[in-house]
Design a protein around this ligand. Structure first.
Ligand SMILES: *Cc1c(COP(=O)(O)O)cnc(C)c1O
Ligand code: SF4
Length: 455
């Protein structure tokens, strides 16, 4: 049984059903007064104040963004897929229209009611992989726990739209007990992901109950928390929270930045606090049309992340979830972005582009083609510049190059059969740099390994 959310003092909300079978939206509490204008309150840095003052109703939305007054259809959208925007996240909206990434990710649009047949409520079929309601066991060694259905902001592109915010409640003691028993019976599970909803919206005590239950299982080696709180509610990363988290190491946190506009002073400070507590940080972005479906935006985002000790982990293709059709990009867009990144940007800043397979097949990485051709003796691969080289297989014939007998004007077959070792584009910037260096070395006296460290 799910109990009402005890993290914040709100109106009581009775929750009797586990997530996964909640289909109809049941918006939670409504604050009595409209949210304050950004930064108008001295409580701005109090995360509970931020949660209590979220924009939740159409009227509150209109009082914040008067331009939407005529869009009464949005009420239907909010009924089906709850809305919540923290005043902090709302303050990151620079233009109140769909040209603004933060607006797009947080303000409902009528397109959410559009339902092409290829979309479903639960395309990853998580409900079929739930041995205990609220726990997804898909991979041999990992399991995912839905610790709460509450988020501080409801992302319009959420992959668990069927669960997130439909009721705002957290895992019960009883359910946690069942999950613990399952994990004890399945010692092969060594990595548990605490997800939701957003687990960092829970009270520190409730979250600690989950973490200590998981830590009591000797076979659970790492605990990961999936959270968008550093992005949408960074003031939640309090000293008290961080002190609690570090008692349950090894803890890893994966957060969810999608756009460089989300990298604010506050969010960077939140990440720094977590990193200082020894928590390795990863980031899982979703590729979203009109928001971040551009190589340059992803580059800026990923460079910003590593500067803040957050390692880009996954770039997700948008799932086939009902209500997100307007955010979907073709798979080719992700491949284009990966093509752009490799070679240009630090490998530390390059996430893995993945499709979470429909029917619950799990994550499948998608890359540009780097393998050009093969024979039993040689494999031909290319780099980001278009240079092609053969990689001689063990025991294969790749001697020609070594012996300086490269064929003139080789084609791909000459590489694949070991008759040549390289096809080089003529004018790359790397090539120019090399040529300049060779010239310099010709005029300088002997440049050898021995002189490497000479003054
Ligand atoms: C994504 C996911 C995981 C974790 O996968 P990694 O590739 O290890 O990050 C585990 N379980 C479920 C159900 C997931 O969706
Ligand atoms: S924070 Fe995560 S679970 Fe919550 S709405 Fe956003 S994507 Fe969904």
């Amino acid at each position: 049984m799910y109990q009402s959310c005890n993290s914040v003092e709100t109106e009581e909300e009775q929750c009797s059903e586990p997530p996964g079978i909640l289909a109809v939206a049941q918006p939670g509490y409504r604050p009595k007064s409209p949210p304050s204008k950004p930064k108008a309150s001295s409580n701005w840095n109090d995360w509970k104040w931020q949660i209590k003052n979220r924009i939740r109703t159409f009227d509150q939305l209109v009082s914040f963004l008067p331009g939407l007054a005529g869009k009464t259809e949005l009420q239907q959208v909010i009924q089906k897929y709850p809305m919540a925007v923290t005043p902090y996240y709302a303050s990151l909206i620079q233009r109140p229209d769909i040209s603004d990434p933060v607006f797009m990710m947080s303000v409902p649009q009528t397109e959410e009611l559009f339902n092409p047949v290829c979309l479903s409520e639960d395309p990853l079929e998580e409900h079929k992989d739930m041995p205990v309601p609220g726990m997804v066991h898909r991979y041999q060694d990992r399991a995912l726990v839905i610790a709460t259905t509450t988020c501080s902001c409801y992302c319009r592109h959420c992959t668990r739209k069927r669960i997130a915010g439909t009721r705002e409640c957290s895992i019960s003691v009883h359910r946690l007990q069942q999950i613990t028993e399952y994990l004890l019976a399945h010692p092969e599970i060594s990595d548990v992901i605490v997800s939701g909803g957003d687990p960092l919206t829970m009270s520190t005590d409730s979250l600690e109950a989950v973490l200590s239950a998981l830590r009591s299982i000797p076979t659970v080696q790492i605990i990961r928390i999936g959270t968008r709180v550093p992005v949408v509610l960074p003031m939640r990363i309090t000293d008290e929270l961080v002190e609690m988290l570090r008692r349950y190491h090894p803890i890893w946190i994966n957060t969810h930045f999608n756009h460089p506009n989300e990298l604010t002073e506050e969010s960077m400070q939140a990440c720094a606090k977590l990193a200082d507590a020894g928590i390795p940080l990863g980031n899982q972005s979703v590729l979203l049309k009109g928001i971040n479906d551009s190589p340059q935006i992803i580059e800026r985002l990923c460079r910003g992340l590593i500067r803040n000790r957050v390692r880009p982990y996954y770039l997700y293709q948008c799932d086939l979830v009902r209500g997100v059709e307007h955010f979907r990009t073709p798979l080719s867009k992700g491949i284009e972005i990966m093509e752009y990144m490799r070679g240009r940007v630090s490998g530390m800043a390059i996430p893995t582009f993945v499709v979470d397979a429909p029917h619950g097949g799990g994550k499948i990485p998608i890359l540009p083609n780097y393998v050009i051709s093969m024979s039993p003796t040689n494999t031909v691969i290319r780099n980001y510049e278009g240079m092609m080289v053969n990689y001689p297989e063990p025991g294969g014939i790749g001697q020609q190059a070594a012996e300086g007998r490269e064929l003139p004007n080789p084609g791909v077959w000459e590489l694949a059969s070991g008759r040549a070792s390289i096809i080089q584009p003529s004018n790359t910037s790397r090539g120019q740099r090399r040529r300049r260096l060779v010239e310099k070395q010709k005029t300088a006296s002997g440049f050898e390994c021995g002189s490497l460290f000479d003054a």
